[in-house]
Write a protein that binds this ligand. Structure first.
Ligand code: IMP
Ligand code: MG
Length: 338
């Protein structure tokens, strides 16, 4: 069956870390990336850290086949650099319909005052390339000779794995409120990043889905423009130690406390069946690297219990440190078949 991992706020919730944990723990036969190179995922495993933008975060499990779905977009350069950086050559495959971003779209985006200054785009050419795809002017992976050896029909491959009874994981990008359709338009990205959008980009129907895991960070961050309810002054965020910078752009992220209303709505629209909370250790220092729920500080447990009772969806995966394996996995305890 297919498990989908989706972001619940404005991106940067820690999906990369959770996908890496799930690949190491569950050993899915394949993982499919959706989205594009505007998304930065930080993955840390056994003391090494990678910042990736298109290679699936599941790469940390060397047995997992890595796929990039037809709805995704990449540049050839970012893809080949990352394949080298992560050492995944030979087990990564692209659908022939993956869109290819060139220098032209990057230049067009950088020169677009509205996108750069009003929206706060990451300027990776993703929006322009997506627009060209809609106009049927974009070249696809199948048009590039150097990619020929890596092409595979991703939807058929995913379905064939699932029909053999194997587990496949679909990795989303950004977060619910950056969705082109369901987010805070126009301060959004150029695609629908919700669970239904992820399915559409992978190219398989909803009957194959088992779990939709929505990832929230223990606080909310946003880069670029657009509303952020309850936004903290920079000074206040400093005092609380909630200082983060963008993986792709290096921009300082704006911060607000965990937001139940945003979380509830994102759970509803994504049809989430499980909640993951990352960076618990950023709110409760003694939670750092804890791997068993019973060993968490009392106040952290109380905070999680309160959120779970409000959200009414089980909190199953709790991130307590940057390492992929610094994660508390409560799925079995909470009756979820893994
Ligand atoms: P674009 O998708 O690069 O054009 O950026 C549009 C908006 O989405 C801007 O506010 C960006 O900061 C935001 N955005 C795009 N990708 C990410 C991401 O991976 N994490 C967080 N924000 C993102
Ligand atoms: Mg990110």
């Amino acid at each position: 069956m297919l498990d989908i991992v989706v972001g619940g706020f404005f991106g940067d919730e820690g999906k990369g870390k959770i996908c890496s944990f799930l690949s190491l723990r569950d050993s899915p036969v394949a993982a499919v990336r959706t989205g594009s190179i505007n998304a930065g995922h930080t993955v840390t495993h056994e003391g090494r850290s990678w910042k990736i933008r298109i290679v699936p975060s599941a790469f940390t499990n060397s047995k997992t086949e890595l796929l990039i779905g037809p709805g995704a977009l990449t540049s050839v350069e970012v893809l080949s650099n990352e394949i080298e950086g992560t050492g995944v050559a030979g087990r990564i495959f692209l659908d022939p319909h993956v869109g290819i971003i060139t220098k032209e779209e990057v230049e067009q985006e950088r020169a677009d005052d509205y996108l750069i200054n009003k929206i706060g785009s990451t300027a990776q050419g993703v929006g322009y390339a997506e627009a060209k795809r809609v106009l049927r002017k974009l070249r696809l992976a199948e048009d590039y000779n150097e990619l020929k050896g890596m092409l595979v029909d991703v939807p058929s491959r995913v379905i064939s794995h699932i029909e053999k009874g194997s587990k496949v994981m679909a990795e989303g990008t950004q977060g619910h409120y950056l969705s082109l359709y369901h987010g805070s338009y126009p301060f959004v990205t150029s695609r629908n990043v919700t669970a239904s959008g992820i399915l559409s980009e992978v190219g398989v129907g909803p009957k194959y889905v088992k779990e939709v895991i929505i990832v929230f960070k223990s606080f909310v961050t946003r880069v670029g423009q657009g509303e952020l309810p309850g936004e903290l002054e920079e000074e206040k965020a400093d005092q609380l130690g909630l200082i983060e910078r963008g993986t792709v752009t290096g921009r300082r992220r704006r911060v607000s406390p965990f937001n139940l209303d945003l979380a509830r709505k994102a759970i509803q629209l994504n049809g989430a069946t499980q909640v993951s909370i990352t960076k618990l250790d950023w709110l409760f220092k003694e939670a750092y690297n804890v791997k068993e729920y019973s060993k968490l500080p009392q106040e952290a447990k109380r905070w999680l219990d309160e959120i779970e009772s409000q959200l009414k969806v089980p909190i199953t995966l709790i991130g307590t440190g940057e390492e992929s394996m610094s994660t508390i996995d409560l799925r079995r305890e909470k009756g979820i078949e893994v």
